[in-house]
Structures are given as C-alpha cells and as structure tokens.
Design a binder for this molecule. Sequence first.
Ligand SMILES: Cc1ncc(COP(=O)(O)O)c(C=O)c1O
Length: 413
Amino acid sequence: MAQSSMPKLTAPDSEPLVRAEVRVLRPRRAAPADAVRPTRAEVNLEALRHNLRVVQRHAAGAKVWAVLKADSYGHGAAAVARTLERAGADGFCVALLEEAIELREAGIRKSILVMGGYYADAHLEVVARGLVPVVFDTEQIDAFARLVRGGLVEAPIKVHLKIDTGMARLGVPMGGVAKLAAYLADTPEIEVAGLMTHLACADAPTNEETAEQMLRFDEATATLARHGIRAPLRHAANSAAIGRSQARLDAVRPGIAIFGTSPRSLPGSAPLIPDLRQVIRVRTEIIDVREVDAGAPVGYGALWRAPRRSRIATIPMGYADGLSRQLSNKGHVLVRGMRAPIVGAVSMDMSMVDVTDLPGVALRDEAVILGGQEGVLGKDAISADEVAGHMGTIPWEVLTQISRRVPRFYREP
Ligand SMILES: Cc1ncc(COP(=O)(O)O)c(C=O)c1O
C-alpha cells in the first residue's frame, strides 16, 4: 500500500520508508482531571532543565538519553519530554511501546529507545514511528527482519542489542552472545546501532559488581565485533553510575537524577550527584480542622489515639492519590512552613495530621506532601528520599506512585 494512504503517524523526518498500512496504537492516559480538589502536583520545568545540565556535566561528553518511563517517573511524559528536548537532551528511553508512542504523539522528534523489548504484533508501527527497539533474541530480530523481507520497510532497521551482564532481568545472557552475533551477522535487514546493558549495583558501597559487569560488557562487545557487528553507541550508566563517573561510554541513561533525586550508596550518605533540585511538589489544602479529647481515636482502626487534647486537620489526599498507606502514623506534611505528623491510618482519599503544635492552622491552609514550603511559622522541605525512608522503599516508588487522580501543573518559576 502506498505511503500516502497510511494512517497519519508522528515520526521523525528520518523515518524509514514504510510501504504498508500500519495499525495505530493509541495509548490512553487520563487527562488531568479538572482540578476541583486542591490536591495537585506542581512540576517545576526550570528544575528539570537544571538537573539535565548537572547530569550533562557529569556525563562528560557522553550523550544523555533521559529515561522517561512510567509517565516520566510520575511527572507527566509529554511536558517533561518537550522541555528536555528543547533543553538539549540527546534522546529518550522508555519501557513500553505505548510510552514511546505517547512521546511521538506529543511531537517529540529525538530518538526514543523502547527498552522493554515487548512489541506484540506492532513491529511495523515501531518502525513507522521511527522508534528504536531494544532486542535480545532471535524471535524479535526475525519479526523486524520479516518487515524488510516482505517489502514493507526499507533495510536496515536499526536496533539496540541488550546484553545481560549480571542482572538476570532482560538481555541476551553472556553464554548466548556468540550465537546471537552469528545470527545477526546473517541478518542484513537488521543493523545493531547500539549495544546496551543495565547495572544492578551502581549505587552499591563499592564498585566491584559494576566493574565485573563492565568487563563482561567489553567481552560481549568483542564477541560481536568478531562477527562483524560493531555498534557505534554503547551505553550502560544509570543515574548512580553517572554520579560515580562509571560506565559512561558513548551515552548515559539517567532517570531519577533528571527528576532531582540523587542515588546514594547508603541511606543517609552523601548524594552521588550533588546539586540536583527536586522537580515535583505535591500539595493540597486542609479541608477540616477539629479538636479531639485526650484518648480520642483518629481514623480507621483507631491506629492513633490523641495523647493529649489535640487539633487534627484532614487533608484530601490518600493512598489512591499516592500517599502510601505505609505512611500511617509515620512521616509529615508541611503546614505553615512547619512539620505536622501524619496520624492514624492513611485512607483512600484522605489523611489526618496533628497540628496541635502549629498555631493558627485553619481551613484552606496549604499542606505539602512532597517538596518545599515557606510559611509564617518557618521554611522546610520534604524529599522523595525522606518519604521513601518512612515507607521502607526507594524514591523511585514514591515518585511513580503519585496517581493519575492528581493533576499535574507545569510551572516556569
Ligand atoms: C534499563 C534502564 N536504564 C536506565 C534506567 C534509569 O535508572 P535511574 O532512574 O536509576 O537513573 C532504568 C530505570 O530503572 C532502566 O531500567
């Protein structure tokens, strides 16, 4: 079928010639709800640009392919990608094909690497959109090669090959590299434009594991080269590796650092990338303030009882919004610039905080769950790291769990 009769797709100018009708995936994401509740996430685009500059400095000349999977770590895929593209990011990485399509639909023209390796029967759409698929087995390679053999797409299709150097998650295992190299050498329809691996312990206290993984990566690179496969772009480093000046190679894949949280080699130790700025601020407003007697229960299951006569404020944010139920009786929110402890069980849409020690708290006062606040009583900030500590998890989870019920607002300060 002629290209002119294809459904309209967004792809970079350099897209390969596609001569077939393409099934068009249309991933759906809830549009930010019309913000009736005061609960919202503010995404600071200048902080995003600042973090990109910091990462670029640490990357020391390596290309920076920002990792924007999971809705840009919860910050909103399209706006983040547009901002970073304009600010000079060299490319983007996502986990899912749907995420890559969302970025193309948003007008992103830079390279987009689809890292998850799962293409269902949409291989043609991957090519038509000008996306870069990650592959690691013969089935995937064949599925793409068949598009060329069937005359649907012009050769070569560029892919990145993923090597498992010690994470046992995704990628061709070291023992399979030679065989796959021979297979690729016999498959001229496919061009290995990149070689990648992922580091399991880049934030470990010592760099032993990373050094071992990199040795294996070099070994795999040499094996491929013996079969005539030489990728112009090799990449391995996530944020932690970038911070430690390890594994920078030709390109780096920072995720969490772009959003302003630095990995640390131990909880509480120095950030591996200093000077980052947290991009997201999650805020709401107090919708109820009441006095309770000493001994009065608060919330489901009476998990907290007032140790004295207390003032309890209710905020309209709960676990369905991303304020984890693990924060029941743990952690704080900021009110009037000071910390108010979360008391009782976090419920689905609401949580309670103890404001007894904060004079003057009233209805409609702002409550900050994540990020900074300056108020009449002081100035403070809550980091994703701090919240993760209370939850017994990692900041990656804190950021990505802010749910789609919370509208994202983009700010140029
Ligand atoms: C393959 C791959 N590369 C890079 C990253 C970015 O990692 P980080 O957020 O630690 O920088 C991830 C995220 O987990 C990933 O899965």
